[in-house]
Design a protein around this ligand. Structure first.
Ligand code: PAF
Length: 244
């Protein structure tokens, strides 16, 4: 079967309800496009988990802060669709902002996962980010009604937020996590790696090297936790990476 496209909510609902009434299971891979091997590993796992695979491509304005990269976020729709066709995805859902947020993103009902999960680590530096993620993922779950949804371990805090969302709001969705895909030098694959200058790109693998070294140090109990953390922060700062 050829890959189908839904660029409005009615088409999507029609297709997924047909599959559901035929008893076919559905997996969702939610993306913001600019697909790479990381996304394709989610799709590959989705194909193992369900009979039908839906991929959404939507650059969600609600999860970007006012000074973040919403306008610059890489949009590569044609290349994305070619990769999804090759991966034998069943349906690609490509809504517009107006379809997802007909009253405007800021005026729509929003989903807030408890602050203990959202106001630290990445959330500390990106106020409102996880409200945006939780809101759009809730909407996608309601629209696609998947039995399974796949998320990458790269965005680990996001994964915990989505698991909690499912639990608290009683979504009958199994959240499956998929290991981070890395470049050969250890850098986690990410659409935003494209922003790195060649000098930054050369230094970026140090992050994974240092985190791996830190994990080994802690496992071997070589030094106490605070000292080990400080050594890691110092090594990264000395190499010109700004540790938040
Ligand atoms: O991880 C992402 O690409 C996004 O945060 C997601 C889950 C698609 C929600 O917009």
């Amino acid at each position: 079967m050829r890959m189908a496209f839904a660029d409005d909510i009615e088409d999507l609902r029609e297709q997924v309800s047909e599959w559901r009434s035929d008893g076919e299971s559905i997996a969702l891979v939610a993306t913001m496009g600019n697909l790479h091997e990381g996304h394709l590993s989610l799709v590959a796992e989705a194909k193992k988990q369900a009979f039908r695979v839906v991929v959404s491509i939507f650059v969600n304005p609600l999860q970007f802060g006012a000074d973040e990269d919403l306008a610059a976020y890489p949009r590569t729709l044609l290349a994305d669709l070619e990769q999804l066709e090759e991966a034998r995805v069943d349906l690609v859902f490509m809504p517009t902002d107006e379809m997802i947020y007909p009253r405007g993103a800021e005026s729509s009902t929003q989903v807030q996962v408890p602050e203990v999960l959202t106001e630290q680590l990445c959330g500390l530096h990106r106020p409102g980010h996880f409200v945006g993620v939780a809101t759009v993922v809730s909407k996608l779950f309601n629209l696609v009604q998947p039995q399974v949804a796949l998320f990458g371990q790269k965005d680990y805090q996001q994964l915990l937020v989505i698991r909690r969302l499912c639990d608290d709001l009683n979504y009958p969705v199994e959240v499956v996590s998929v290991p981070t895909q890395r470049e050969s030098d250890g850098l986690a694959m990410s659409s935003r790696n494209g922003y790195l200058s060649s000098d930054e790109r050369a230094r970026a693998p140090l992050l994974y090297q240092q985190l791996t070294r830190l994990a080994m140090t802690l496992l071997k109990c070589e030094v106490d936790r605070e000292t080990a953390l400080q050594q890691t922060v110092d090594a990264l700062n000395e190499a010109g990476l700004r540790v938040e």
